[in-house]
Design a protein around this ligand. Structure first.
Ligand SMILES: [Zn+2]
Length: 317
């Protein structure tokens, strides 16, 4: 199997879809396996390891869910021509279904890349880097790439130079819409004539089909961009900043984040650039981590009951 064939398999993994819901399970499992192989680990990986480690990756980099299911990608990845499973007993389930976590543990299931793919990636760091790049570009915003790579223990720093810059126009248009200031904290530092540490964030990720338009963008400083992409805070449809109840820290946290909780973002210069509710809703459901932090009554009113209702609709169980 040559390099291009392997890259094409990784490019075309079928990711479970329901509307615009994020399903980063398969990409994270493949990145996890690549990380292990880069450290010389065996081809077949015990499900018990995947169950523990992939769960952590899903919690950190996946959308917030009441339950996490590492067994789904572990099983369903067999359909993509990359992955195979061995167990002490045959595990059979109806098509489209997956065995339970306890069955996989009980039968000591192991999974890994098919032998020809494993042999190619085990000896070729450039192929590992290229595959990691395909998975990251296809499923995660650039702010998270380095964190994911370090979480899976994959050292592919040299791929950085390969990263293409996506639509530089988007950056310019969004930063102009917000007059080159962070919409959260007003940060606007320049070094000479250059703006430093100011970025154009997608509200609905490009990887999820979010367009490169002002109404799907926010000008954010590097810190707030990263916190936004990790789901530490989100917005209401009225553009009020809402922190997750899972984010905390010392007095710097109060200063850099908590101070903005319950406040409105600094609006764009033109009402036509105001973030569209559908993109905000996507961010809230697919990126925001945990529950909303309580907003004291003195803070501006916002639609918190709306969010709770929407959340219920989205998780019918
Ligand atoms: Zn900021």
């Amino acid at each position: 199997m040559d390099r291009t064939e392997i890259e094409n398999l990784f490019r075309s993994i079928s990711v479970w879809k329901r509307g615009h819901e994020r399903a980063p399970h398969k990409p994270l499992l493949l990145l996890y396996a690549l990380g292990r192989y880069s450290r010389g680990c065996d081809r077949m990986i015990a499900f018990a390891d995947v169950d523990r480690d992939l769960r952590e990756l899903l919690i950190e980099f996946g959308p917030f869910r009441r339950a996490y299911h590492p067994e789904y990608p572990f099983w369903h990845l067999q359909q993509d021509g990359i992955w195979e499973i061995e167990a002490v007993r045959d595990i059979s389930v109806p098509p489209g279904k997956s065995p339970s976590r306890s069955v996989l543990l009980k039968y000591h299931a192991k999974g890994g890349f098919r032998a020809p793919i494993y042999e190619a990636v085990a000896i070729d760091p450039y192929l590992r880097a290229s595959l990691a790049y395909i998975l990251l570009e296809g499923h995660f915003p650039a702010t998270l790439h380095d964190d994911i790579l370090s979480a899976v223990g994959l050292d592919v720093a040299f791929t950085l130079s390969k990263r293409r810059r996506r639509d530089p126009e988007f950056r310019h248009r969004v930063l102009t819409a917000y007059e080159y200031r962070c919409a959260v904290c007003d940060y606007d530092v320049r070094l000479g004539n250059t703006h430093v540490g100011l970025e154009a964030a997608h509200i609905m990720w490009h990887q999820a089909g979010g367009p490169d338009t002002e109404a799907n963008g926010l000008a954010l400083c590097s810190l707030h961009h990263k916190l936004f992409d990790l789901g530490a805070f989100t917005l209401t449809e009225r553009l009020v900043i809402v922190l997750s109840n899972q984010v905390y820290g010392n007095h710097r946290f109060d200063q850099y984040l908590l101070a903005f909780h319950g406040q409105s973002i600094r609006p764009p210069q033109d009402p036509g650039y105001v973030p569209e509710p559908m993109y905000i809703r996507w961010h809230r459901r697919q990126v925001f981590k945990g529950e909303e932090r309580y907003i004291p009554q003195s803070a501006p009113a916002y639609g918190s009951s709306y969010a709770a209702e929407e959340d219920e609709k989205y998780h019918p169980e």
